[in-house]
Write a protein that binds this ligand. Structure first.
Ligand code: GLN
Length: 270
């Protein structure tokens, strides 16, 4: 009798379990169905990051005859994006507004020949450096007086607002060397000012000044030594480690797979 009760109890328990399981299998597919079908109906959403740049900075960023923004930085960030599976949307901004645009989230990345400096590192996070540059003094092609930094005594200098060149000029002015500074929003106008005799010299990034010289042979020349060496990095909002890691991994990959060299050759020659 005892055994009969025991067996009945087990049987009952088993029936209960089976019917419970039965219920569960009936309910589950209904609950899961919408989740499972979603990816089939909607294509996976693509992440698009806004990239800000100031395009009077050849060969890093410039406009072509169709008014499209092209250049070394643009190709490089596109290659990184492709490697990491995101899209970029290039947006033109004033150079001196880029850091603020990154901080406020108006853009996600600044790709604009931006030198990695301790001051900027307090405001934004930088990728690993992607190219080396530095500052140089340029004068008009026929200027035989200014041959280096010391000859800037009492002279006027044009710079692009918010740049390392502007900061250097400020230092030389405070040291009583440069007499006056003309701060201009874009580098094309900075160079125009020099060619028109509006200023005695320009302090700007060496590779960019070289690009302007190549376009206007004989009208501008570089004098003296490189004033300061630095490296460019892509800037993102402070603490955006997710994006920063994508950029750094992508950069490493495009260096390793030869894409970086390809872009470098395209904009700087062999
Ligand atoms: N490399 C310089 C800087 O970071 C100039 C950059 C630029 O004018 N685009 O200030």
């Amino acid at each position: 009798m005892k055994n009969f009760f025991k067996l009945s109890l087990i049987a009952l328990l088993m029936i209960a379990l089976v019917s419970f399981a039965g219920c569960a299998t009936k309910v589950e597919p209904k609950a899961e169905a919408p989740k499972a079908e979603t990816p089939k109906e909607e294509p996976k959403e693509e992440v698009v990051y806004k990239v800000g740049t100031e395009p009077t900075f050849p060969p890093f960023e410039m406009t072509n005859d169709k008014n499209e923004i092209i250049g070394f930085d643009i190709d490089l960030i596109r290659a990184i994006a492709e490697d990491q599976g995101f899209k970029v949307e290039i947006q033109q901004l004033g150079f001196d507004g880029l850091v603020l645009a990154v901080q406020s989230g108006n853009i996600s990345i600044a790709a604009s020949g931006m030198s990695i400096t301790p001051e900027r590192q307090e405001q934004v996070d930088f990728s690993e450096p992607y190219i080396d540059a530095g500052l140089a003094i340029a004068v008009a092609g026929n200027n035989e007086i200014i041959k280096g930094e010391a000859d800037l005594k009492g002279k006027s200098v044009a710079v692009q607002i918010g740049t390392t060149g502007a900061k250097k000029a400020e230092e030389l002015k405070n040291a009583g060397i440069i007499k006056s500074i003309k701060s201009i929003p874009t580098v094309d106008v900075v160079m125009m000012e020099l060619m028109n005799g509006g200023v005695d010299a320009v302090i700007n990034d060496l590779p960019v000044t070289e690009a302007y010289i190549a376009k206007q042979p004989g009208k501008i020349k570089i004098v003296g030594d490189v004033l300061e060496s630095d490296s460019y990095g892509f800037a993102v909002r402070k603490g955006n480690t997710e994006l920063l890691e994508k950029i750094n991994t992508g950069l490493k990959n495009v260096v390793e797979n030869g894409k970086y060299t390809e872009i470098q050759k395209k904009y700087f020659g062999e």
